[in-house]
Design a protein around this ligand. Structure first.
Ligand SMILES: C[S@@+](CC[C@H](N)C(=O)[O-])C[C@H]1O[C@@H](n2cnc3c(N)ncnc32)[C@H](O)[C@@H]1O
Length: 176
């Protein structure tokens, strides 16, 4: 099973202080994917591809973006190792979501796991590019940079939001 196969990358990431979601959040995301069966997934914040490997493990088409050339390179190597076909983009997640909006792209699942202070700036655009039955997941929402985002998703007129108390928190939002 994928989380066991990821043990080595997990250990290496801890050693090198690569801020991956880790196995507990990874297990929660995997369960969500098994439940919702998304066909298309967008991830903002690739790092070394740890979460991307989990996101793509049930056959979804993954698009993932990171500002770090080194992260993109590492993720591509790890995706190859795990036979993951993904579109890995080097760039800014905020700008990329704006582009996706003009292209009228749609995603069944979006994972926000990048610069915390930017979550609030991509929220409305992510809602627009989310499929009708889509799910918006955000990591690290208990961090100070996510305060406004965390408040907004819980009172947003379009969203039903669940807060998941694992580590520094996650959120999961679907349409009302
Ligand atoms: C917490 S890590 C991602 C961890 C990864 N999702 C995982 O669990 O394996 C955050 C990543 O976001 C990237 N990042 C920071 N600002 C960004 C931005 N504006 N757009 C895209 N990526 C960004 C960082 O380079 C870093 O690799």
């Amino acid at each position: 099973m994928i989380l066991e196969q990821l043990k080595e990358l997990e250990q290496e990431s801890i050693k090198r202080k690569v801020p991956i979601i880790g196995p507990e959040k990874g297990r929660w995301i995997l369960d969500k994917i098994k439940q919702f069966k998304p066909k298309t997934i967008l991830e903002l914040g690739t790092a070394n591809g740890y979460s991307g490997i989990i996101l793509a493990s049930e056959g979804a088409i993954l698009t993932t973006i990171d500002t770090s050339p080194h992260a993109v390179q590492e993720a591509m190597a790890n995706f190859k190792k795990f036979n993951v076909t993904a579109q890995v983009i080097l760039g800014d997640g905020v700008k990329y979501v704006e582009e996706l909006l003009t292209e009228k792209a749609k995603f069944d699942l979006i994972l926000l796991d990048f610069a915390n202070k930017e979550y609030i700036h991509v929220l409305e655009n992510c809602i627009k590019i989310l499929s009708k039955n889509g799910i918006l997941i955000a990591d690290n929402i208990d961090l100070p940079g996510c305060k406004e985002f965390k408040e907004k998703i819980q009172v947003h007129p379009k969203l039903n939001t669940e807060i998941i108390k694992i580590g520094n928190g996650m959120s999961s939002s679907t349409f009302k």
